[in-house]
Write a protein that binds this ligand. Structure first.
Ligand SMILES: Nc1nc2c(ncn2[C@@H]2O[C@H](COP(=O)(O)OP(=O)(O)OP(=O)(O)O)[C@@H](O)[C@H]2O)c(=O)[nH]1
Ligand SMILES: [Mg+2]
Ligand SMILES: [Zn+2]
Length: 359
């Protein structure tokens, strides 16, 4: 195996990639990591600087879905030109993890949020953004993609410490194993604890609704107000989106952080594993259902339904589970159908090209 340069290792090219990427085929290329995604171009980093990048035609013409395009955090093989001021991405390397969500709107399509993330900070602010059902949604999205979740509760300055403690216990009652850290960007309490959660060489992403303080937190982690934040409109504390694109930032402590624009709608594509983990107690209960294929809606001998009756399981949590299960089944079905169509179409194009060549 080739020696990986220290610079690249520091950007997160860890053992997983060394085991899963064939570096023999690197001949003539350089390894780099995608640090920002723009409309039709990218910024990539080779361990030294950020360089403007475009995709080689082959990637564009052979792409059948958004999965075939680079996301922030992706590792790529690239060629650099003009004293490292311009580069072409030739290949996207296998992904250790991939965060994606359903694109906003009715259409079944999805967006890539980030690739090769080790842990996600799910941020809710302790004021009116705090919502257990929304938290469950984020958790499903994350555990489906094998990413370690950490919950951060921002704006602790707006509540009394008793109120903060009671919100944390609401989360821990239903998800006891999660790490939950309150903090304030305003009076800086808890910020040290957040910093202590960051490990060198690991990649984190900041997720959460618009206005919860993701970018303000990032500025604190950097130690300078580099990125734009928005003033919150007084009443609904929502603020308009301040962050409009995703980028990967390297911190002095050696950790990398991806800031993302807040999400209005959080749809999951296929979430079977995520649902099972997030609703672990329902998964466990379902083993006691009379029928193996019980979907816990009105079946006889359903252990989930009887747990609701005895008050062991919260009705609201159950409703969220059923809702997400339905959405997931629907999205997955439509996605597979779409993928099939795309494949058919690209096959059709190839056949036409072949026939053209032959004639
Ligand atoms: N009181 C209080 N206000 C905060 C805190 N953190 C952020 N804010 C304010 O909340 C507003 C939004 O913060 P941002 O950091 O821009 O939020 P964001 O999550 O990055 O939002 P998007 O980029 O739109 O997704 C700003 O006016 C911040 O000053 C906090 O801990 N306490
Ligand atoms: Mg922001
Ligand atoms: Zn059941």
């Amino acid at each position: 195996m080739k020696n990986i340069s220290y610079r690249i290792e520091k950007l997160g090219f860890d053992k997983w990639f060394q085991d899963n990427v064939d570096l023999e085929s690197l001949e003539g290329f350089e390894l780099a990591r995608v640090s920002a995604v723009h409309k039709d171009s990218y910024t990539i980093n080779n361990g030294e600087n950020d360089v403007f990048a475009e995709l080689v035609g082959k990637i564009i013409y052979s792409a059948v879905s958004v999965m075939d395009y680079p996301a922030v955090g992706d590792w790529v093989f690239a060629k650099f030109y003009d004293e490292n001021t311009f580069s072409i991405v030739h290949e996207i390397l296998p992904r250790k993890s991939l965060l994606k969500r359903k694109a906003p709107g009715k259409k079944i399509d999805f967006q890539l949020i980030a690739a090769n993330i080790d842990a996600a900070f799910i941020i809710q602010s302790l004021d009116d953004n705090f919502n257990l059902r929304r938290l469950e949604r984020y958790l499903v999205m994350i555990s489906e993609s094998n990413i370690r979740p950490i919950i951060l509760l921002s704006k602790s300055d707006l509540l009394t410490s008793e109120e903060v403690v009671s919100r944390i216990s609401e989360i821990q009652k239903i998800m006891p194993r999660l790490h939950v850290q309150p903090f304030s960007n305003e009076n800086e309490s808890g910020l040290k604890n957040v910093k202590d959660l960051l490990n060198s060489g690991q990649t984190y992403c900041l997720l959460g609704s618009s206005g919860v303080g993701k970018t303000t937190l990032l500025n604190h982690l950097i130690g300078k107000s580099i990125f734009k934040t928005k003033t919150v409109r007084e009443k609904d504390s929502k603020g308009r989106h301040a962050t409009t694109y995703r980028q990967l930032i390297k911190l002095d402590c050696g950790a990398m952080v991806v800031d993302t624009p807040g999400m209005r709608e959080l749809g999951n594509i296929s979430v079977e594993t995520g649902l099972e983990e997030t609703f672990a107690e329902i998964t466990e209960l379902s083993e006691k259902c009379q029928f193996n294929d019980c979907i816990h809606v009105n079946e006889k001998g359903c252990a989930v339904l009887s747990a609701i009756e005895d008050g062991q399981l919260s009705e609201k949590r159950y409703q969220n589970y059923i809702k997400m299960n339905k959405e997931s089944a629907y999205n997955e079905m439509s996605y597979l159908e779409k993928r099939k169509k795309d494949k058919k179409f690209s096959k059709f194009c190839k056949t036409v090209m072949k026939q053209k060549k032959q004639s």
